[in-house]
Design a protein around this ligand. Structure first.
Ligand code: ARG
Length: 564
């Protein structure tokens, strides 16, 4: 039953307001005694020139009884609607159990391509804790869009081009160790790269050497290309390990080098449209009307830059995918960069530039460690994830020493805990890394939600799956009703997460479900139910809850475990 729709349809017969507007205004009240839906009359007060309390009273009278609701009340400036509980519970629980992994999904976006760019790490450098942020936000948005019928395309715009590769080639040729490169490629590449910077401080001529080797690479010189290809292959192999650990996939790895031969066409077009200006020897597009610095297209030495490759990528993506939205999950310190490239394309006369969206996120901070690649004291993500697994295994050893597949459970729970902590808050916020907090089985954590799931599974193992006769009128407690109400909000949470490009809304939803479930579980003794039918109905509710937790966790990139 579409409750909001019923409310809107009936209200609009009595007031001068569009049905869609009413539907948007309908709220979910914070307390059960305020009903399950509420319509605020403030907005009407202005147009009707009447006190909102009065309007609420009058409308309540005019509405009478509505299909699907057992009570309608005027309460101050609100009209509160109470759903007919039995029908509601039956409808929601059956819907979840029928739709299974598709509960929450819709077909709203069918036929629309949405690009989600995430990860976009730089090859030859360690994959660090900040890259995990973009990777997991993007992975989640990718799944969220797909769940609503869109065709999401996940792109990893690898940082695999630029002068730093000239430096790396020079450095490796001088100080590299082949064996070390094979064994621990990223560490070895980082080592020689750091050495390059140290040496270049003493001897600035090295920077020219770096530029020279990058030029050779750009010109396709065999030796440079061979080395660069090796660096790239080794890096991707290392990255792949992480993607497997995180269960993250991409549809394309077209990174910066992919656009090498696609930049000239864009530069020519910018020039032919009279937008290319000379500034201190560089070629730029002025953006003074937006009050931002110009977008640099070519440096004074004629070399293209990061922004030029992003411009080429925009056109390539538009041509290849004819995207509905082109989303970039990239740290917030690149906001200006994206403003510059998007505005440049807009200035070239392409309105689809407005469909390109930068989705920024905050920093990841360790209270006591720094995260710079130049100096080399960086937290490698792989080490961090392994640490999460080890720590989780210790906790499991304590709590459930006889658990069979401990290693596998520790992996799902430990890595899941980190991912959950990343996606728990609004992405603009910085993350302050805190092991104890994120691994705790209590509080708003991944392990808490996963543990709730495992608890539910154990009930079903012991008492059966509630497949016998059920009767929803047996579910009369406040806790049961509140739990079902929470489950019913899943699609709404997904939609909000999609609109705001905010996976945390889904994360929060899984916490809400776990909390509502634990309240239910703690107040009702399922095995001692009055009769078999009541017990079965409650088990059906448990089963539906687990399905919703699983679906929710899946959307943020976590897996469930049956026991932990
Ligand atoms: N490789 C860059 C970095 O690690 C991020 C790339 C972001 N994506 C883009 N299309 N510019 O800082």
């Amino acid at each position: 039953m579409e409750y909001k729709n019923i409310i809107a349809e009936n209200l609009c017969k009595h007031i001068d307001m569009e049905k869609e507007t009413i539907e948007r205004l309908v709220e979910n009240p914070p307390k059960p005694e305020m009903g399950d839906f509420a319509f605020p009359c403030f907005q009407l007060a202005k147009s009707m020139k009447k006190a909102p309390n009065m309007i609420a009273q009058d409308l309540k009278g005019l509405l009478g009884n509505l299909d699907g609701f057992e009570k309608i009340e005027a309460f101050g400036p609100y009209i509160n609607f109470f759903v007919a509980k039995n029908d509601f519970m039956k409808e929601i629980i059956e819907k979840v159990l029928n739709e299974k992994e598709n509960y929450g999904s819709t077909k709203e976006g069918v036929g629309k391509n949405v690009i989600v760019e995430y990860c976009s790490a730089n090859i030859a450098k360690p994959f660090h804790v900040g890259h995990l942020y973009t990777t997991m936000i993007g992975n989640s948005l990718y799944k969220i869009f797909n769940s609503q019928g869109y065709n999401a395309i996940g792109i990893n715009h690898l940082g695999d081009w630029g002068t730093q590769f000239g430096k790396l080639i020079y450095a490796y040729n001088h100080w590299g160790d082949e064996k070390a490169l094979e064994e621990e490629p990223i560490k070895e590449m980082l080592r020689v790269y750091v050495k390059f910077h140290d040496e270049a401080e003493k001897n600035p001529v090295l920077d020219d050497e770096g530029r020279k080797h990058f030029k050779l690479l750009e010109d396709g010189n065999e030796e440079e290309v061979k080395l660069w290809t090796k660096f790239k292959d080794l890096s991707l192999k290392e990255f792949d390990k992480l993607f497997n650990m995180l269960n993250v996939k991409f549809d394309s790895f077209a990174g910066e080098s992919f656009y090498q031969d696609k930049m000239d066409a864009v530069i020519d077009e910018i020039e032919s449209k009279g937008l290319l200006t000379e500034s201190n020897g560089a070629k730029v597009v002025m953006l003074e009307e937006l009050n931002i610095p110009p977008c640099i297209i070519k440096k004074a030495d004629g070399a293209t830059i990061y922004a030029t490759r992003d411009l080429a990528a925009m056109f390539y993506r538009k041509k290849t995918y004819d995207f509905y939205k082109n989303i970039y999950v990239v740290a917030k310190d690149q906001s200006l960069h994206f403003k510059q490239v998007f505005s440049t394309v807009k200035k070239m006369g392409y309105d689809w530039a407005d469909d390109c969206i930068h989705v920024p996120f905050g920093l990841v901070r360790f209270p006591d460690k720094k995260l710079s690649t130049r100096k080399g004291d960086v937290v490698f993500l792989e080490d961090l994830l392994n640490e999460a697994v080890v720590k989780t295994e210790e906790i499991i050893n304590e709590k459930n020493p006889t658990l069979e597949n401990k290693k596998e459970v520790a992996k799902k729970v430990g890595i899941g805990a980190v991912v959950f902590a990343y996606l728990k808050n609004s992405r603009e916020r910085d993350i302050i890394f805190d092991w104890d907090e994120m691994l705790s089985f209590e509080g708003e954590t991944g392990p808490y939600v996963q543990y709730t799931y495992a608890r539910g599974k154990s009930i079903l193992r012991k008492l059966g799956e509630g497949t016998g006769e059920v009767d929803y009128s047996k579910l009369v407690s406040e806790e049961e009703f509140e739990l079902v109400k929470t489950l019913s909000g899943f699609n709404n949470s997904i939609k909000q997460a999609l609109d705001k490009l905010q996976p945390s809304i889904v994360t929060r939803f899984t916490i809400d479900v776990a909390k509502a479930f634990n309240k239910f579980y703690n107040s009702i003794n399922i095995s001692n139910s009055e009769d078999e039918v009541t017990k079965n109905t409650r088990l059906a509710l448990v089963k539906a809850t687990l399905q919703v937790i699983e679906n929710g966790l899946h959307l943020i990139g976590l897996e469930t475990v049956d026991e932990m």
